[in-house]
Design a protein around this ligand. Sequence first.
Ligand code: GDP
Length: 485
Amino acid sequence: MSEPMRETIYALSSGRPPAAIAVVRISGPGAGEALKALIGKIPAPRQAALVRIRRRDNETIDHAIALWFPGPHSETGEDVAELQLHGGRAVVAAVFAALSDLPGLRPAEAGEFTRRAFENGKLDLTAVEGLADLVMAETEGQRRLALRQMTGALGGRAEAWRAQLVQALALVEARIDFSDEADVPQDLVAPALQIARALEGEIVLALADGGRGERLREGLVVAIAGPPNAGKSTLLNRIAKREAAIVSPYAGTTRDIIEVHLDLGGLPVTVLDTAGIRETADPVEREGVTRARDRASAADLVLWVVDATSPLESQLSEIGAPSSAIWIVRNKIDLVQLVSGKNESLFQISRKNESYDRTNRPLTSMVNKELTRNNEFEFSRNERIFDISATTGDGFEALLTQLAKYAEGFLTGAESALVTRARHRKALEDTVSALRRALAPDLSAREDLLAEELRTAARSLARLTGRVDVEDILDVIFRDFCIGK
Ligand code: GDP
């Protein structure tokens, strides 16, 4: 049974007009006809041609560059035409109007070009994800990670593993099929197990990355928290104003959380201000608050901001159970009175003493008293105490420098991580579980069960690259794509 003729899709693949140039892509069996209708010819494959785009009544819409990529050697695997127009709204609108007049053509849905590329075997699922990540990458680290994944770092590896599993499976199946025949080597199972054992080791190693790939892809999350009026919003504003570091400051989905995306030495750090998190009766807002709170409590690092002019103890009592590290930030240090008659603020003293934050025992033990009372967590030597003024900027650069170091410590080596999503981790963990069951001592005498476990392991890897069971995850993956991609 042959498939019904596919529709031909078109979309603006470049950014929103007005712009210098607008790129319109057309993919599908009607792409060639569309070119003939618009420019009167089909250019030589993969060669730029200067053309006039005309309406049906022969009026020239624009002078443009046209490119022709006949399938299957095109990005989607189908016939693809590309028009590089002048990027005005009316130009694009006129070209779209001309395209929509043609039979069998319709506007593309989000991610539809890539989806066709996937369906035509041009990309596996991990490469599709890498492509999505590349488009969304905000820092150098994220770009490198995405590019590696798009070009098969994970997909290629998973396919190689799967091929070895298939080989192991073939050995076990041969043993089952020909168990009675004298000239089949008796020991086919041992080499199969050897392959399984080696694979298990390799995959476990790939998984033992401390979640760095996921962290780098999503960005390290730092939450600013602390008692009211300590200066959390002022601190976030200062961070947001530091233009060199900023990627995209924007208010969250509700007014209850503000986040700032930073690029600290190529590494992505998302800073959340939890100042606005408060109870509300509005159900929509409440949902936002819950989400904000979940995000903040799952932060990799909490900056607990306190007011240096107020007694510390009461300001620490609200510290929640930390999911990971907490740094204490004593703010408003500009207001702290001169110490022992000298013209120095506490902050200046602390700056002179490099290890101030570690040797400030009374403060550390005070923090510890609160922390242990609340959640049996010890403020260890890895935690830090900073003195800053969010209004004057004193101590701010030092805090940011330590933040960058922290991110670096967290994300070092992350660019070469294979696993960048929970989906990958799950598939690889399933593979390892099946391999371990296959390697259990009591299974070596049961070739049928052994074969079944190897099949399960191979299937998990196939799921990772999208060879099988793809329907339920495709929509999730392509939902995040933009139109024209
Ligand atoms: P939040 O409730 O923790 O977000 O606190 P805000 O950022 O709204 O600050 C509360 C008040 O403290 C505001 O009036 C700020 O101008 C002031 N403030 C914040 N940081 C500093 C600082 O470093 N020095 C001084 N003198 N005032 C500050």
